[in-house]
Design a protein. Structure first.
Length: 465
């Protein structure tokens, strides 16, 4: 079989990329080693910037319907409620940032929603397809599997997790550190005797470690997390989970009525030495592994897919130069490194879950794909996230939605641009200031100017002329 893009891994990264490519008319195939989608809650927090991405990909309504806001933490001691703990710094929604707080959706449900959207767009996932080797030449890349026919593609994206078989096959190293040597058990359980209005926190008692039990929005489940001393192998069975709950809380063993999924891990932070080799790209956990404490791993991974998707589409369908793909590693590796540092700081209690963890302030100001031509930029510069708002009666996120570029003209005459570029223009827009802002398909300002001087050259550079 020959395809435009082969995506290895049907997690949030691979599925989001599949959706983005499918809506661009790119023939992509997603392959997954397992025989089904991942069944656990693991990455349950959807950050505001990812909500904006899901809005563009056409899954936001389903994500909102499937989840809910995070509950207030409730601290217990000796079977009594002794105080509340705010898990996140509060933030108000504004016109330019309509999503203000993380939204809780269990990872398995996020994947189901992305899978349904991919299928709706004509995409396909093949399960039970384990990659065993990868070979490439200047024209194509071929993946061989433990069973079934090989697949040849113009490009391959490894979204196959922290133990990525593709990354190892390419010999790409991963540099990092153990954030905490103590293992953590995470499990999806059904529990009687706890309300679903709070994230229940049981601080360590003498000789024990922490226990936290969080109601999973949109389900009847709770996500349980429990720490253990270094060198421990947590018991992942139902009886093992029941013992943990009984030992560390006021609940009885039988209050845990069902164990739906369980895993254990050692929190670590690691970054791939390269995100790109020839016709192969690394994305998601295959490229960066986070502590879950900051709620950044899944979100950074979806941002990888969103950055790479429009660039692959531009090269494969719109005639953009192949060199555009080099900006993926340039932009995303630096971004992932920053997010790894943030995740680790949150894990160690050095930083609260606040403005930075929402990912709305991330950008690509230093990218070779970013051009700022104004001598005195206003509130929005080239490389920044393009804010929402209203311009001449049109909501900007509505104008951005879709696989196109958008030229935002604020108090400035919009020049003629190719038909593939949508124009949003009008009078004043406080969030932007004044000028022309060429917004990339992933919602970042690629070029900004006081007038159209230099715009034509930039459009040619990115394949729009």
């Amino acid at each position: 079989m020959t395809v435009d893009v082969l995506i290895v891994g049907a997690g949030p990264t691979g599925l989001a990329l599949g959706v983005d490519l499918a809506r661009r008319g790119v023939f992509a195939l997603v392959v997954e080693r397992a025989d089904r989608l991942f069944p656990g809650s693991r990455g349950k927090g959807i950050q505001p910037r990812t909500m904006e991405v899901f809005d563009d990909l056409g899954v936001l309504d389903a994500i909102r319907a499937a989840g809910g806001s995070y509950p207030v933490g409730m601290i217990w001691q000796n079977g009594r409620r002794v105080g509340e703990h705010q898990m996140f710094d509060p933030a108000e929604a504004t016109e330019d940032s309509p999503y203000n707080a993380p939204w809780m959706v269990p990872q398995w449900r996020t994947q189901e929603i992305l899978f349904a959207r991919l299928t709706e767009l004509g995409g396909r996932v093949e399960f039970g397809r384990e990659v065993v080797s990868v070979e490439q030449n200047p024209a194509a890349v071929t993946a061989h599997f433990a069973s079934g026919a090989a697949v040849t593609a113009r490009y391959l994206v490894a979204a196959d997790g922290g133990r990525s078989a593709v990354r190892r096959a390419l010999g790409i190293g991963m540099t990092g550190e153990t954030v905490d040597p103590r293992p953590v058990l995470v499990a999806d359980v059904r529990i009687a005797g706890l309300d679903r209005d709070n994230w229940h926190i049981f601080p360590p008692r003498e000789g024990e470690d922490f226990l936290a039990i969080c109601p999973l929005a949109g389900t009847d489940d709770f996500q349980l997390t429990a720490g253990f001393p270094e060198g421990t192998d947590p018991d992942l069975s139902l009886d093992g989970v029941r013992k943990i709950v009984a030992d560390r809380s006021h609940l009885a063993p039988d209050d845990v009525t069902e164990l739906r999924w369980a895993s254990d891990f050692r929190p670590r932070a690691a970054l791939a030495d390269r995100f790109h080799e020839g016709r192969v790209f690394l994305a998601g956990d295959a490229a960066h592994v986070h502590s879950p404490a900051g709620g950044q791993g899944l979100n950074t991974s979806v941002q990888d897919a969103y950055n790479l998707g429009w660039k692959l589409g531009a090269v494969l369908r719109d005639g953009a130069p192949a060199g555009l793909l080099d900006t993926y590693e340039e932009e995303r590796r630096a971004n992932a490194a920053d997010m790894l540092g943030l995740s680790t700081s949150v894990h160690r209690g050095e930083v609260r879950r606040g403005t930075a963890t929402r990912q709305l302030g991330l950008g690509y100001q230093g990218s070779s794909l970013t051009t700022e031509t104004r001598q005195a930029p206003g509130p929005v510069r080239a490389g920044d996230r393009a804010p929402d708002g209203t311009l001449d009666g049109v909501r900007l996120f509505d104008a951005f939605r879709g696989p196109h570029w958008t030229l935002v003209a604020v108090d400035t005459v919009a020049p003629d641009v190719p038909e593939s570029v949508r124009v949003a223009g009008g009078g004043a827009q406080e969030a932007y200031g004044t000028g022309l802002f060429l917004v990339r398909p992933d919602g970042y300002v690629g070029w900004a100017g006081e007038d159209a001087t230099g715009l034509a050259g930039y459009l040619t550079e990115v394949g729009l002329r």
